[in-house]
Design a protein around this ligand. Structure first.
Ligand code: PMP
Length: 308
């Protein structure tokens, strides 16, 4: 269940949660024309409540929107401020922030150009996405029969609501098979990503992750982990990964705004490395969560305090 907060930011106005409704003929509902972001704000001892990589999310929102002809009638800085305001106005110390840029009610046709541009920012409390123990204990996952969208179909690199039809098929099949999450293969048959997470593999002490050509969403957490892992002295290689390579991995983990850094215990029933012993993943988790506890220095300027 969603933990409702009090107010939702809608195109510059704070609207009570229950009143933030939309028309049934909204273009985004008819045709999936909604670009979005999922962002986290963390409670930190040194910077108060701070949004993680607010600017990178705003950047990606504008990118997704532009390709689909969804206008955003605010500047990037205004969108970032809306996120800060949505957290602060609701008195949240930590939050998940969902930003939707979409075509509203106006015309009915996929090529419509006369629909209003809508922008909503919804901040609410969210715990650990893949279950309470996932980040500590790791999860069981499987490779599903559903693949990610192929290149030149629906671009996986843009974060659009409609793309999550693919995620729904993948994650639902995985759950029906008793797993917490599913991994989709790309069009080529190589590994792509989780239904809502990027994937990393550790082999011979090196870290591998599928390249942007593997029908992935280029995750902001993925980028953060690549940067931090290299700073920690790891070699990080963006390279195609075969399904069977997963089974022989020393360690596997997912990254994502909601999933954060979640270790994977088994894939298709194969135990990964030595269960419970994830030295590389542990180091990366420590560095990542340390950003929010203050133990890792934010030398990248990734924390954006809600109250400047
Ligand atoms: N892949 C997919 C399909 C996702 O939905 C997400 C979550 N947004 C990710 C990867 C991770 O992206 P990020 O780190 O930017 O949240």
């Amino acid at each position: 269940p969603i933990k409702e907060s009090q107010f939702i930011w809608r195109s510059g106005e704070m609207v009570p949660w229950a009143e933030a409704t939309t028309h049934v003929m909204t273009h985004a509902l008819l045709y999936g024309t909604c670009a979005f972001e999922g962002i986290r704000a963390y409670e930190t001892p040194h910077k108060g409540t701070a949004i993680f990589r607010n600017d990178a999310h705003a950047e990606r929102l504008f990118y997704s929107s532009r390709i689909y002809g969804i206008g955003i009638e605010f500047t990037k800085e205004e969108v970032m401020q809306a996120c800060r305001d949505a957290v602060a106005k609701n008195g949240l110390s930590s939050a998940y922030i969902r930003v939707n840029a979409y075509l509203g009610y106006g015309e009915m046709s996929p090529s419509a150009t006369g629909c209003p541009n809508e922008l909503d920012v919804i901040a609410f409390a969210l715990g650990q996405y893949l279950g309470d123990e996932a980040v500590q204990q790791g999860i069981d996952v499987c490779v599903t029969s559903w693949r990610r969208t192929a290149p030149s179909t629906i671009p996986a690199g843009l974060k659009m609501a409609g793309n999550y039809l693919s995620s729904r098929l993948i994650t639902t099949e995985a759950k029906a098979r008793g797993c917490v999450e599913g991994i989709g293969l790309g069009h080529s048959g190589q590994v792509s990503e989780g239904a809502g997470e990027n994937l990393f593999m550790v082999k011979n002490g090196k870290i591998y992750t599928p390249p942007t050509s593997a029908s992935i969403l280029v995750g902001i957490t993925r980028d953060s982990i690549i940067t931090m892992a290299r700073d920690l002295g790891f070699e990080v290689i963006e390279q195609e990964i075969s399904r069977e390579a997963l089974y022989g991995a020393e360690e596997l983990f997912f990254t994502g705004t909601a999933a954060e850094v979640t270790p994977i215990k088994t894939v298709d029933g194969f135990e990964i490395g030595t269960v419970g012993d994830n030295p590389v993943t542990s180091k990366i988790q420590k560095a990542f969560f340390g950003l929010f506890s203050g133990e890792t220095e934010d030398k990248y300027g990734w924390l954006d305090p809600v109250e400047g």
